[in-house]
Write a new protein. Structure first.
Length: 415
C-alpha cells in the first residue's frame, strides 16, 4: 500500500469512527467535572487564563497557516471557549470559479457529521414525552419488515445497534426535487433487512438515521428538514446552516463548493460536474451534488461558527435540558474497532447517541467527523471545560488527523 492509499484508509477509519473522539486521540482540557456544564469550581476564576497555543499566533494557528500556504488545507478552523470565539482562521476559496473566499460563515457539506442532529431531534421529542426511547419502531412507522418493526427500538437506531443493513443504492442517480428525494429514501429504508439481532452488535448505517428522521416526521407532522431548521438550527442561532438544495449550492455564495481529488490528481468541483464521482476514496462514484438535497444520514451543511453554537447550545440548555444533553453525550457501549476495521482505539472509547466519546487523561471529549467527495468536517466538544473545536474543509485530502492532534495539544498542552 502506498502512502496516499494508507492516508486515505486512515481518514476513512477516523471519519467512520466519528472523529478523533472515538479514536481516543482528543480529549477535554484537564479540569474536574462530569458531563455538560459541570466545570470545576475553580474554573470560573480561570476563565480568562486561556492556553497560549489556542490564541492567534499560537502553535495551532501557525500549523494550519503553513498547511494552507502549501495548498494542503482550504477551509476554516475555529476554537471556542464557553461560547466565546478564541481563534477563527479561514483559508482558500469557497468557490474557485467566482473567486469567493472562505470565512467562518461559509457552509460546508458535512457528510455523516450531520447525523447528531437526528439524535437531538429525537431527544427533544423524548423530552416532551412524544417519543419513548425504548419503544419499538412499529409504534411510529409502518411498511418495514415485521422483525424490524417488532425488534428495533429508537435507542437501537441512535446507538447504531439496530442490526439494519443499508440496502443497495444507485450512487449515480441524479435527483431533481425534494419530493423525489423524500420518496426515494422512504422506499429505500423499507428494503432494509436485519443483519444481526438488535442490541447484540454495533454497526452504524445510514438507514438508521433515515428511519429516525421518519419517526420525527410521524410524530410532528413536519418534514425532517423543516423540523431541524426550526427546532435545532434556528433555536441555536445556526443562521448559516441547512439542508440546502443543489440550486442553492450553485448560486448562494456562502455555501462552499466541494473540490474532490480526482484519480489524475486534479481537484474537481463536484457541484458543477455531476458526471464526476469519487474515484474510490469514499464510495466509488459518489457525488453528493446529485442528491438535490441530502437526507438525514449523509450531508446537510453547517458553518464553523454555527457548529460552535451547536456545542454551546447543548451546554447551556438551548437545545436540550441538561439531563437529556447528558444522555446524548454519555457513553453507551465500548468501541473496539472503527467502522472500517483496524485496531481498537488507543484510549477508552464508547458509542453515544451518534457522537462517539473517549476518555483521555481522565477527561471526556465527544465529537463527530464526516466526509464526502470534496469535503471534510469534524467538531469536538470538550465536555469538562467548555471548549469546542471545529475543522471544516472543501478538500477531501487534507491532513485532518494532524490538525486535530494540534488542536488537542493547543487546548491540553503538548504531551
Amino acid at each position: 500500500m502506498n502512502s496516499d492509499s494508507a492516508g486515505a484508509m486512515d481518514r476513512r477509519r477516523l471519519l467512520g469512527l466519528g472523529g478523533l473522539a472515538a479514536a481516543g486521540v482528543v480529549a477535554g482540557a484537564p479540569l474536574l467535572g462530569a458531563g455538560l456544564g459541570q466545570a470545576a469550581p475553580e474554573e470560573s476564576s480561570r476563565q480568562d487564563r486561556l492556553p497560549p497555543e489556542t490564541l492567534p499566533g499560537g502553535a495551532y494557528d501557525r500549523f494550519v497557516a503553513k498547511l494552507a500556504a502549501e495548498d494542503k488545507f482550504s477551509g476554516t478552523v475555529l476554537l471556542s471557549y464557553r461560547g466565546r470565539t478564541v481563534l477563527s482562521r479561514s483559508y482558500g476559496l469557497a468557490d474557485k470559479e467566482k473567486g469567493i473566499r472562505f470565512h467562518d460563515g461559509t457552509a460546508v457539506n458535512l457528510g455523516s457529521a450531520i447525523q447528531p442532529f437526528a439524535a437531538v431531534a429525537i431527544l427533544q421529542l423524548a423530552q416532551q414525552g412524544k417519543v419513548r426511547l425504548w419503544h419499538k419502531l412499529g409504534t411510529y412507522l409502518r411498511g418495514f419488515a415485521p422483525d424490524i418493526l417488532e425488534k428495533v427500538t429508537i435507542h437501537h437506531l441512535l446507538t447504531g445497534s439496530s442490526g439494519m443493513a443499508n440496502p443497495e443504492h444507485d450512487l449515480r442517480r441524479v435527483f431533481h426535487s425534494k419530493e423525489e428525494v423524500h420518496e426515494y429514501w422512504e422506499r429505500w429504508t423499507r428494503l432494509a433487512k436485519l443483519e444481526f439481532v438488535p442490541g447484540s452488535g454495533s454497526e452504524r448505517s445510514g438507514a438508521c438515521f433515515a428511519v429516525a428522521a421518519q419517526v420525527v416526521e410521524a410524530v410532528t407532522g413536519l418534514k425532517y428538514w423543516d423540523y431541524v431548521q426550526e427546532h435545532i438550527f434556528k433555536r441555536a442561532g445556526m443562521t448559516g446552516s441547512g439542508f440546502f438544495t443543489r440550486p442553492q449550492w450553485l448560486t448562494e455564495p456562502h455555501i462552499a463548493h466541494s473540490y474532490m481529488r480526482d484519480a489524475d490528481g486534479s481537484r474537481v468541483d463536484i457541484v458543477r460536474n455531476l458526471d464526476k464521482g469519487s474515484p474510490g476514496q469514499y464510495q466509488l462514484g459518489k457525488n453528493n451534488a446529485r442528491s438535490f438535497i441530502d437526507h438525514a444520514a449523509d450531508g446537510g451543511f453547517a458553518t464553523a461558527r454555527d457548529l460552535a453554537r451547536f456545542g454551546q447550545g447543548l451546554r447551556d440548555g438551548t437545545l436540550l435540558e441538561k439531563a437529556y444533553a447528558d444522555l446524548f453525550t454519555q457513553a453507551k457501549s465500548p468501541i473496539d474497532s472503527g467502522k472500517f476495521g483496524g485496531p481498537p482505539p488507543e484510549f477508552p472509547a464508547f458509542t453515544t447517541y451518534t457522537m462517539p466519546t473517549s476518555i483521555h487523561k481522565g477527561q471526556w471529549v465527544t465529537g463527530r467527523g464526516g466526509a464526502n467527495p470534496g469535503s471534510g468536517a469534524n467538531y469536538n466538544l470538550y465536555l469538562d471545560s467548555g471548549w469546542v473545536g471545529v475543522v471544516l474543509s472543501n478538500y477531501d485530502d487534507f491532513p485532518l488527523v494532524e490538525i486535530l492532534e494540534q488542536e488537542q495539544n493547543a487546548i491540553m498542552g503538548a504531551p
